[in-house]
Design a protein around this ligand. Sequence first.
Ligand code: ATP
Ligand code: IP8
Length: 250
Amino acid sequence: MTVVLKLGGSVITEKDEPETVDRAALSAAVTAIVESAVGDDIVIVHGGGSFGHHHAAEYGVSTTAGTHNVAGVQAIHGAMCRLNAAVVDALTDQGVPAVPVHPFSAATRDADGALSLPTDQITTLLDEGFVPVLHGDLVAHAGEGATVLSGDELVVELAPAVNADRVGVCSTVPGVLDEDGAVVDSIESFDAVAAVLGESDATDVSGGMAGKVRALLALSAPAVVFGPDALPAFLAGESPGTTITGDRGD
Ligand SMILES: Nc1ncnc2c1ncn2[C@@H]1O[C@H](COP(=O)(O)OP(=O)(O)OP(=O)(O)O)[C@@H](O)[C@H]1O
Ligand SMILES: C=C(C)CCOP(=O)(O)O
């Protein structure tokens, strides 16, 4: 069974403190992975939290608005590499054969914004017993310079490429919440929940929960959105939180 798991940047960092890892939350997430029966058949993606989003906001870069500013590119990508190193270290400290994969070195967007992400290195790393750890990053974007590539977009690209049986997105909230704050069990179309979907409550250039739901609806396999407490349940095969069932069907 192959699992694609995104650890939200808002989970593993102190989202309002620039470049600060939430070590307790990161270590708890790693422990849940180690104690699960998933083994090494997992691809991990993490988001930006207080590493990527502050720098991206400073330079005015989002998933659609790019930059040609070299200092900006280095600041955003450099911060994400530092967070990635912290995540890989936390995994290897607990015995997971984690290796870093930096999307900026490989991905592109064309002038229409369509993403292209090579994945042969990911499938080969998995076959060879490694746990690839990717991260939200920048991406070379025709006509824009470099734009933000969100971890949620990576999940959507990776899941079919590795034939994922399960896709999980661990955020700070227990799922997508309705107007009363209750967890919505399942989402099958954006319009049905558009009214309650908002931006993130922290600095976030990739659209908060609305961006997440929109991205995950593009996936043909169901994706589960849940909070940190529910990570062990997700890894045990349950579907806590909100299940988002896409309609791409390919
Ligand atoms: N209807 C909603 N249900 C749940 N969360 C919502 C909703 N509307 C807006 N949000 C916000 O979306 C946030 C989750 O998206 P966010 O992008 O911050 O999470 P993340 O993916 O964990 O972090 P990162 O983008 O750094 O990886 C929640 O913390 C909340 O502030
Ligand atoms: C801000 C950057 C560079 C990465 C964004 O990734 P996300 O937190 O998964 O949306």
